[in-house]
Write a protein that binds this ligand. Structure first.
Ligand code: GLV
Ligand code: MG
Length: 318
């Protein structure tokens, strides 16, 4: 599946040190699973976690899911071995590596080069493994445009609200949730900044975690904010958040049907047979080339999410 069409409505975090959770994750309906070697794994468990992750990837059944491993960040002594052990051990079964705490294009380029060397040495397809870059600090956000342009392997820019809030000293009661005393959305600027950089370089934009895992209504509400802006999906930390993410980040059936109708109608009316017109009426709505572009996005997200159309376009009879 082309990287930009991969469905990532729900991106499930699974601690790489926990074989039971690695097993359970395979049965859950998340679009993406990321097997974590970073912050959900204690320092003393980091080395063994690599082995658990390789075993889960090679022996498990992850069909239908985007398979991602989050390695440790570049300030740690673990990062290079994470990449080497995971890709040498299970390179054919990894779709992307996620790099946390990215603050410069050089971080992504380091991972790109290391991946290329390992792929060459292991006779893997060079360039197939993608990269997801997490933006989790003031420095990362300020450099996000260059980061988004830094490698053809990049598939997503991911917001990391917990580390980000610590980085900028944001006062909040709950990670990923609005503050009741702040008259607005404290994340709006950050989300938009990430979204602009991602879209400029044809990447997906992914919202980070909501830590109140038992509050599914709260999850749905914060997810809706980034979905409305245009984000493609959000992290889920608990099975209870998966259905809400899949629902919130997929287009509504009605919007999906409408998008497919716009594409068919516009295709027909701009053809010779349909009169080679540029702006035409679809019911009460005037559609043109810009409508087609908007419809393409909704249709692609709907198809990737497995929606089926329930309406068909009937060209007028001569
Ligand atoms: C995720 O990594 C976060 O810091 O929120
Ligand atoms: Mg983080």
């Amino acid at each position: 599946m082309p990287a930009t069409l991969r469905s990532r409505r729900s991106c499930l975090a699974v601690p790489g040190s926990n074989p039971r959770m690695l097993e359970k994750a395979q049965t859950l309906p998340a679009d993406q699973v990321f097997l974590d070697l970073e912050d959900s794994v204690a320092p003393s468990a980091k080395r063994d976690a690599r082995g658990h992750v390789v075993a889960a990837l090679t022996e498990g059944d992850w069909s239908g899911k985007v398979r991602v491993v989050r390695v440790n960040d570049l300030t740690t002594p673990w990062a290079y071995r994470d990449v080497i052990e995971v890709v040498e051990g299970a390179g054919e079964r990894v779709d992307c590596l996620m790099l946390p705490k990215v603050v410069s294009p050089a971080h992504v380029q380091w991972l790109d080069l290391l991946l290329t060397q390992i792929e060459q040495a292991m006779a893997l397809d060079v360039g197939r493994i993608g990269i997801e870059a997490q933006i989790e600090s003031a420095a990362g956000l300020v450099a996000v445009d260059e980061i988004a342009a830094s490698s053809p392997r990049l598939e997503t820019i991911v917001f990391g609200p917990a580390d980000f809030m610590a980085s900028i000293n944001m006062r909040s009661l709950a990670v990923g949730a609005p503050h009741p005393d702040y008259p607005g959305d404290p994340y709006h600027y950050v989300l938009m900044r990430i979204l602009m950089a991602a879209r400029t370089h044809d990447l997906q934009a992914i919202d980070g975690p909501y830590l109140q895992i038992r509050d599914v209504d709260g999850f749905r509400e914060v997810a809706r904010r980034s979905a409305l802006l245009g984000f493609d999906g959000k992290w889920v930390l608990h099975p209870g958040q998966i259905d809400a993410a899949n629902e919130v980040y997929a287009p509504a059936q009605e919007d999906y049907d409408h998008a497919e109708l716009v594409l068919d109608a516009y295709g027909y009316y701009t053809s010779e047979k349909g009169g080679a017109r540029g702006a035409v009426m679809l019911g009460d709505e005037m559609i043109d080339e810009a409508s087609r572009k908007m419809a393409l996005v909704v249709a692609a997200k709907g198809r990737a999410a497995g929606l089926r159309r329930t309406k068909t376009f009937e060209p007028p009879q001569d």
